[in-house]
Design a protein around this ligand. Structure first.
Ligand code: JHZ
Ligand code: SAH
Ligand code: ZN
Length: 406
């Protein structure tokens, strides 16, 4: 029996993507080592409603010195985190000598603005390469995984925090109990723990199955986050839906005696109940929708190939590992993946072994079609590549359904 990582009750598996590689393990072409695979499948807890992977990948296989994702690679995300920092500076960090800790600060996309404001901060970031980039921007970084013991060490050295923030990281951490124990040790009595991650409600609505990969262990809802927070002595005191990364929610967690939940919490809980986000019908419907997208996408790519049309992909996203490996898309169906990240260029995408090339090679020559793996940055990327369309090129998207952008 599968059991819930949060509450120990039984988990019902509802979708299986089969053997999958590590989504951010871009390989050097001369690497002959055996590639790591695991079974990527998702279930939902029948008690606390937490949606979770059924198999866990050891954390240091995913997050290490060579971790290639750099958060500052998108103008949209730079702006999003600049605003986030600004908001904290104006609301939570106004007392005397305030202190903010970020779990998973990556290249300092958020904390660099806090540093520039001269406010005390610390990023806890286990991936040394991206952490070094953050240090280059003046950000204080501790190269460790955040957990209970790290949190206590931070408190001993720096004192308690007014804010603990985390974006696109808490859903990557299976051991949430240790995280909450750490938050309890590090957070001031009236402080707030704020995190934002992909929202299960948006994944269901957009059928964005490619949000499911090794690093994304949990798929949160307000219902499941509140249950988890309460079981660790905290409460969910605010929620805000965000448009980034295909739809996320920012959750604010605090001690029950310190803050009163906003109306937004009750509203989102009620909406989730009405939508039935983890009912059998919804989950099985999601799995069926995903299989349909796979069939349609493979049919389209095979058809284009038969017609002699050229297809390349754009955006060597972590998400794309699920798409290529689940659909069986290799270099025969998408010749290369164009990407602006130096750490991914010149490498082969995990599993599929599709070569990743610099974005400049998109034009050498422009293909007939481009499969947009970074669909969450569609606006930014399509605006950046006007000549592709002017040359008759067409973008292909696959959520919520396979379609060619006319
Ligand atoms: P993007 C990663 O997911 C992994 P990914 C992680 N698990 C997570 O949760 C999110 O980030 C936060 C490139 N690009 O943001 C850069 C261009 O080439 O969708 C990136 O490689 N040109 C931590 O990898 C990729 O696309 C551009 O103009 O799915 C985008 O990756 C832009 C804007 C991006 O995250
Ligand atoms: N906050 C950034 C980075 C997201 S990438 C953004 O939203 O764009 C996820 C980051 O979390 C990676 O840099 C990874 O190294 C880090 N990470 C993974 N597990 C962690 C843990 N237990 N504690 C702290 N950081 C962690
Ligand atoms: Zn549970």
């Amino acid at each position: 029996m599968l059991t819930c990582r949060i509450c120990g009750a039984s988990v019902r598996e509802f979708v299986d993507f089969g053997r999958q590689p590590l989504s951010d393990a871009f390989r050097k072409p001369d690497d002959t080592s055996e590639e790591y695979f695991f079974r990527l499948a998702v279930g939902a807890c029948e008690s606390c409603a937490m949606v979770q992977l059924v198999e866990e990948v050891p954390r240091d296989r995913m997050f290490h010195a060579d971790y290639p994702y750099h958060s500052s690679g998108s103008a949209l995300m730079r702006e999003h985190f600049r605003r986030t920092a600004q908001e904290f500076l104006e609301t939570e960090l106004t007392g005397s000598d305030p202190f903010i800790v970020e779990i998973g600060c990556n290249d300092g996309v958020m904390l660099s603005a806090v540093h520039e404001a001269g406010v005390r901060h610390l990023g806890v970031e286990p991936s040394a390469g991206v952490g070094e980039v953050a240090r280059g921007r003046g950000v204080e970084v501790l190269t460790e995984f955040f957990e209970d013991s790290t949190a206590r060490a931070v408190r001993d050295e720096h004192g308690p925090a007014d804010v603990i923030f985390s974006a696109n990281t808490i859903c990557h951490i299976p051991y949430l109990e240790s995280i909450f124990l750490g938050v309890d040790a590090l957070l001031k009595p009236g402080g707030v723990f704020v995190f934002e991650d992909p929202y299960w409600g948006d994944i269901v609505e957009r059928r964005s199955f490619d949000q499911i990969y090794d690093e994304h262990f949990y798929f949160f809802t307000a219902t499941s986050v509140r249950a988890a927070a309460r079981s660790y002595g905290f409460d969910l005191v605010d929620v805000r839906r965000l448009g980034v990364h295909g739809g996320e929610v920012r959750y604010s967690i605090a001690r029950p005696e310190a803050r009163t939940p906003t109306a937004a919490v009750a509203e989102l809980l009620a909406e989730e109940e009405a939508r039935g986000l983890v009912t059998r019908e919804t989950l099985d419907g999601f799995a069926a929708g995903v299989a349909g997208i796979r069939d349609d996408l493979v049919a389209l790519l095979r058809d284009l190939k038969a017609q002699g049309r050229s297809v390349v992909a754009y955006g060597a996203t972590a998400k794309s590992a699920t798409v290529t490996n689940y659909c069986g898309i290799g270099p025969d169906l998408a010749a290369k993946i164009c990407d602006s990240t130096p750490a991914k260029q010149g490498r082969l995408a995990p599993g599929s072994r599709i070569p990743v090339v610099p974005s400049e090679e998109f034009a050498e020559p422009y293909p007939d079609h481009a499969l947009l793996f970074a669909w969450n940055h569609a606006e930014e990327i399509i605006a950046k590549e006007p000549a592709f369309r002017d040359n008759g090129g067409r973008w292909i998207l696959y959520v919520p359904e396979v379609h060619v952008v006319e």
